[in-house]
Design a protein around this ligand. Structure first.
Ligand SMILES: Cc1ncc(COP(=O)(O)O)c(C=O)c1O
Length: 411
């Protein structure tokens, strides 16, 4: 019998499959009581650093902690501007504000939905200038220092990093990658003539292990990766109340440590991540094959030749998004919207003074994007059912617009 419901995300099956190994992690933790820090945290940090080709990995409490600590350790000071994109989860800008920074947005690229390096250049070269005395980049109007750039590798695909890194280098800006959705994603750097993993291109990178991520904990968890030993040391202190040695606090820090149990779980799951990512890439290819006849009414995610995306989300674009989402819900197919309101238009950021129309690419996308089911284990027959619903939707909207055109011709 064919089951009807196709969930947006299946978190149950992988945990059933790994149940024994995951239960062993609990048993180990109960046996040695290493609940905070300890061998499982160190073991996972080593494994994840190797997975990312990074020299250091620091396990922390969440992706938000990871971003906040990376920004603070990189020297973001109160009032500094940190440039990012409006089309991301609010944690990106929460971390900037909590580090003392002030988010400034630049629009995203129409095709990839990631930071548009041309818009970044425009922001830097039109709205900012180099302060003659200090040699720092400052915003012309506010005179605030521009300290850092946070490109977000949204939906599991890296931003186009070469031009971002080139601008950052020229204006002495720190780059912290928001890789919270991009575990294992790769970018072909033309500058270097080689593939680079997400998490190794900036001065530091933040990963989230929120349960629904490509690598998810059974609770909250995150990590910073970096090749900078000094930065890694500072982040280790920040996550643990500013201490490198128990009760000797060089700075004020935070309680942002990674649980031993979560680290043990992540260590088990990490062994499967490459294969899970591959399954996501195969599912993405199947979506492309199965929806090819539908044409332009459903616009599929663009994967440029310089990208090996890991499809944390498979996000299509349609003109009549609510109608498609309703149709899929009626067919018991789960979907999501990531994200319905760009950050510059969120109430939380009204004090930044942005308006409708400031970032037209992000704003337009926010009204059209729809995330389809995507997870390892998504079956061909399930994707067939989703594709046939998409086909029906496209045919109906085509018929509706033809009828509309014919009606208009009758006037
Ligand atoms: C792009 C992005 N940045 C940051 C975060 C924050 O991660 P966490 O929820 O682990 O704090 C997330 C997670 O949802 C995210 O998707």
């Amino acid at each position: 019998m064919k089951e009807k419901n196709i969930p947006f995300l299946d978190l149950v099956t992988p945990h059933k499959e790994l149940r024994e190994e995951l239960c062993d992690v609990f048993a180990t933790a109960l046996g040695n009581a290493a609940f905070i820090g300890g061998p499982m945290v160190e073991g996972f940090e080593g494994d994840f650093a190797r997975f990312c080709d990074a020299q250091h990995c620091i396990g922390v409490g969440s992706g938000t902690d990871a971003l906040r600590f990376a920004l603070i350790a990189s020297g973001v000071k109160d009032g500094d501007i940190v440039i990012t994109v409006p089309n991301t989860f609010i944690a990106t800008t929460e971390a900037i504000s909590q580090a003392g920074g002030r988010p400034a947005f630049v629009d995203v690229d129409e095709h990839t939905q990631n930071m548009d390096a041309q818009k970044l250049r425009e922001y830097i070269e039109v709205h900012c200038c180099v302060d003659g005395e200090k040699g720092e980049l400052v915003n012309r109007k506010s005179r605030r220092r521009v300290a850092a750039i946070v490109p977000v590798h949204l939906y599991g695909q890296t931003a186009d990093m070469d031009p971002i890194l080139e601008l950052a280098g020229r204006y002495h800006l720190t780059v912290v990658e928001d890789a919270c959705q991009a575990h294992g994603a790769e970018y072909f750097s033309k500058r270097e003539g080689r593939w680079r993993k997400a998490g190794t291109m900036g001065r530091a990178a933040a990963f989230s292990f929120y349960p629904g991520k490509n690598l998810g904990a059974c609770g909250e968890a995150g990590a910073v990766t970096t090749n900078d030993a000094k930065l890694a040391k500072k982040i280790r202190m920040l996550r643990d109340h500013g201490q490198a040695q128990k009760y000797y606090h060089d700075i004020e820090g935070y309680n942002g440590r990674l649980d031993g149990i979560q680290a043990g779980i992540l260590k088990v799951k990490l062994r499967h991540l490459a294969s899970w990512n591959e399954q996501r890439r195969e599912s993405a290819s199947r979506y492309r094959e199965r929806t090819a006849p539908i044409g332009e009414r459903i616009r599929l995610p663009h994967e440029p030749p310089w990208s090996k995306a890991v499809y944390h989300l498979f996000v299509v674009r349609v003109d009549n998004r609510e109608q498609l989402q309703r149709q899929l819900a009626d067919a018991d197919i789960g979907t999501g919207i990531h994200y319905p309101v760009p950050l510059h238009l969120q109430k939380a950021y009204s004090h930044l003074g942005y308006q409708h129309g400031d970032f037209p690419v992000s704003e337009k996308a926010a009204g059209e994007i729809l995330s389809l089911p995507m997870y390892p284990g998504l079956r061909d027959d399930q994707q067939g059912r989703i594709a046939s619903e998409l086909g029906v939707f496209a045919a109906n909207t085509r018929a509706a617009s033809l009828a509309l055109a014919a009606g208009a011709g009758n006037w």
